[in-house]
Write a protein that binds this ligand. Structure first.
Ligand code: HEC
Ligand code: HEC
Length: 373
């Protein structure tokens, strides 16, 4: 478990050394007063996964199947269709799992269509068995693997629409054919590494408060999920659909029966995630925004954009007071990773900057959530 702690200390120190910005005290992120409960961390991650899935299911798959008969299907690659929501989730999870930052996300079930989605440990099986119908509560536990302690939470994945039930019951590989609306079809398993685990707490515990994760690491995880969704959406939905000439991504996607731009996918995910009222927020900002609402909202955000432009290796992090609450906030640089970013922004009538080049920093992704004190 040394790596994430080291990373947190490193980034806190970096923020001080490089930016001489007084928002973070040295070692601030190693102090438990600043850390947040691991259960809250997995709640944040879960709320992003759910929001993205809801937006993808309703506004991409649902809307386009009605508007232009574009379907989602299991063999989406051969059939030139959209990946199923479960497949989108798995592609995104694979991308974030492969970053090697300790975050692991999996879709699991005791009665899966794909046997790769079976639980891999007794605790995962126990977790799935203990999920209660009609409750969104996860089952949580800690495990030690390779000398490292991790916190794991499995959240119920319920049949929220008839289509879940119909497709799973009728699927030739489904071992269960009598799912009903509202049933638990499986779970979303989220694994986050922990720092020190008090000796007395080893084993299964229902009191999650004792397990903590530094906020810098939590925001890295949230950012990783968002970036992975954006990557999967851009690569497997937008690019494929455009190159097959099936449907384009357009700013006025709702009126034109098109795909939203990746920036709009993120914005809409953010609006949906706010419904969970967890206090987690994320958005794209820029010093040269196409949409004025994406301007830096305060001194901190302006400073952050200037800083990540100079030093893009680590996000700009700090604490902010808003009302009586203290928030942790991190800004990650957002680069022109493809010619299309440059082309579209330079030519957009509302863009205040027209000389972006490949690899330029175009803006930043802000992630913020409340700290308890
Ligand atoms: C059109 C068919 C279809 C629909 C609709 C569908 N699924 Fe699935 N689902 C699948 C397939 C196929 C897999 C296996 C994907 C893979 O290869 O991992 C799957 C996988 C899953 C899994 C992982 C366990 C398993 O069965 O392999 C869960 C959990 C799940 N779906 C939940 C849902 C929920 C909840 C809904 C509705 C919101 C839903 N599914 C809608 C076809 C569907
Ligand atoms: C087809 C046009 C198009 C492409 C391609 C595109 N963008 Fe954008 N981008 C937009 C529009 C339009 C907005 C404003 C969305 C909104 O209303 O919030 C935007 C918003 C943004 C923002 C928030 C600040 C702002 O300008 O409002 C950032 C940062 C950003 N894009 C970065 C990128 C990056 C990085 C890429 C490539 C990976 C990219 N964009 C690709 C059109 C595009």
């Amino acid at each position: 478990m040394q790596k994430p702690i080291f990373k947190a200390l490193f980034s806190a120190t970096l923020a001080i050394l490089i930016y001489s910005h007084p928002v973070l005290a040295p070692n601030a992120q190693a102090q438990s007063s600043d850390s947040i409960p691991a259960r809250l961390a997995t709640d944040y991650i879960h709320s992003v996964i759910l929001a993205s899935r809801e937006f993808y299911s309703n506004q991409i798959v649902g809307r386009l199947s009605k508007a232009i008969s574009l379907k989602a299907s299991e063999n989406w690659e051969e059939e030139k269709t959209l990946p199923l929501p479960a497949q989108f989730l798995k592609l995104s999870a694979k991308h974030s799992n492969d970053l090697g930052i300790g975050l692991k996300i999996r879709l699991v079930s005791l009665t899966p269509i794909n046997t790769k989605n079976l639980p891999r440990t007794d605790l995962e099986t126990l977790g799935l068995r203990n999920l209660k119908e009609g409750s969104n509560k996860p089952f949580t536990w800690i495990v030690k693997r390779g000398g490292r302690w991790s916190f794991q939470a499995v959240y119920p994945d319920m049949a929220t629409s008839k289509s879940c039930v119909n497709c799973h019951n009728a699927h030739p590989k489904s071992p269960k054919t009598d799912f009903k609306l509202g049933d638990i079809l499986g779970g979303i398993l989220i694994n986050v590494p922990l720092g020190n685990v008090p000796l007395a707490e080893k084993g299964i515990s229902s009191d999650n408060e004792v397990f903590q994760v530094p906020p810098a690491i939590v925001s890295d995880y949230v950012h990783a999920v968002l970036e992975s969704d954006r990557y999967v959406y851009s690569k497997y939905v937008v690019k494929r659909m455009q190159s097959e000439k099936i449907v384009e991504s357009k700013e006025n996607w709702e009126d034109e029966n098109a795909l939203p731009l990746p920036a709009q996918y993120l914005l809409n995910t953010s609006l949906l995630a706010r419904k969970s009222k967890s206090g987690l927020n994320f958005r794209l900002i820029s010093l040269w925004p196409i949409n004025f609402n994406n301007s830096a909202a305060n001194e901190f955000e302006r400073n952050s954009l200037v800083s990540v432009a100079v030093n893009p290796l680590r996000p700009y992090m700090g604490k902010l007071k808003r009302g009586r609450k203290t928030y942790f906030q991190a800004v990650y640089p957002d680069f022109a990773v493809s010619e299309s970013c440059v082309e579209c922004h330079n030519n957009h009538p509302k863009s205040p900057k027209r000389d972006f080049q490949m690899d330029d920093m175009m803006g930043g992704m802000v992630v913020s959530f409340p700290l308890r004190n």
